[in-house]
Design a protein around this ligand. Structure first.
Ligand SMILES: [Zn+2]
Length: 281
């Protein structure tokens, strides 16, 4: 249901912005805000619900930026989440990939994810996003969910104004670059007491931690160790930590296909973190 909901929202937004673009002939990449306040009429919804009948207009090639919102259920707003308790212990799991977008590595991971039909959640650092906007657009176009991982990736204690700036500046750039609004926040290093999580909670974001780490930041470990860490620790509702940026992540790229195939062999299905939250008990 979540999946459908998100997809539907995505399509509706897409149609809304596409109609605006057609009307204005303005590239959304120059001005992604366009169409945001456009009322979504019932006819748009009806069109989306009957795509087989060919009622949805073809999108113009310039429609690269869409408006997509990753919200969290009320019970998780302003809360810290490590994992999710599933109503029927369904074997679902969510990969969270941090510190990108990053040249080469993110692209290689996107290819692996696409080949395996797996959707994940990327937590972006503002500075990295600023340097790699096209990669970011591709990540969103391929259907992955996005979270905020601050501008500088600082661990230190911050006053409220700095924490606000770290988070809001990143949100703004995520939106301007990809049209995405997200209520998912992941604190760098998992530090919950340096002012960042407090500000995120005040904005009703969910602070998304993890219950299982690949430990892929260990500079000495082999890719097989990352694979073993995940496959041995996986549980229904786990949120898995790994990285596509912030350093040389070739070993994580190497580990990813085995992580995916191993979890699939264990019977797991992959969901994004917003989807996982929607499935929570
Ligand atoms: Zn990080």
């Amino acid at each position: 249901m979540t999946n459908n909901y998100l997809k539907r929202q995505k399509i509706i937004s897409f149609v809304a912005i596409a109609s605006t673009i057609t009307a204005c002939s303005i590239s959304p990449s120059a001005s992604p805000q366009l169409g945001l306040n456009e009322p979504i009429s019932k006819s748009h919804t009806a069109q989306v619900q009957n795509p087989a009948k060919g009622q949805v207009n073809e999108l113009p090639p310039s429609a690269k930026v869409e408006n997509l919102t990753f919200t969290v259920p009320t019970k998780f707003q302003g809360k810290t989440v490590y994992k999710v308790q599933l109503s029927s212990n369904k074997k679902v799991i969510a990969l969270g990939i941090d510190d990108g977008p990053w040249p080469k590595t993110t692209l290689e991971m996107l290819d692996i994810l696409k080949q395996n039909d797996v959707k994940v959640t990327f937590f972006w650092v503002g500075q990295a996003l600023q340097a790699n906007p096209d990669l970011a657009k591709q990540v969103v176009a391929e259907g992955h969910a996005i979270g905020n991982h601050t501008w500088h990736h600082w661990y230190r204690r911050m006053d409220e104004a700095t924490a606000k700036s770290e988070i809001d500046r990143t949100s703004d750039l995520i939106y301007k670059t990809t049209g995405v609004k997200t209520s998912l926040f992941r604190p760098p290093g998992g530090f919950l007491n340096n002012g960042l999580a407090a500000y995120a909670k005040s904005q009703k974001d969910a602070v998304i931690m993890w219950s299982l780490t690949s430990a892929d930041t260990d500079p000495h470990a082999k890719p097989q160790a990352f694979v073993n860490n995940v496959l041995k620790g996986a549980k229904p509702g786990s949120i898995v930590l790994m990285h596509d940026g912030g350093g040389d992540r070739r070993r994580t790229v190497e580990a990813l296909p085995q992580i995916i195939s191993g979890l699939k062999q264990q019977g797991y299905r992959f969901v994004t973190i917003p989807e996982l939250l929607q499935m929570a008990q």
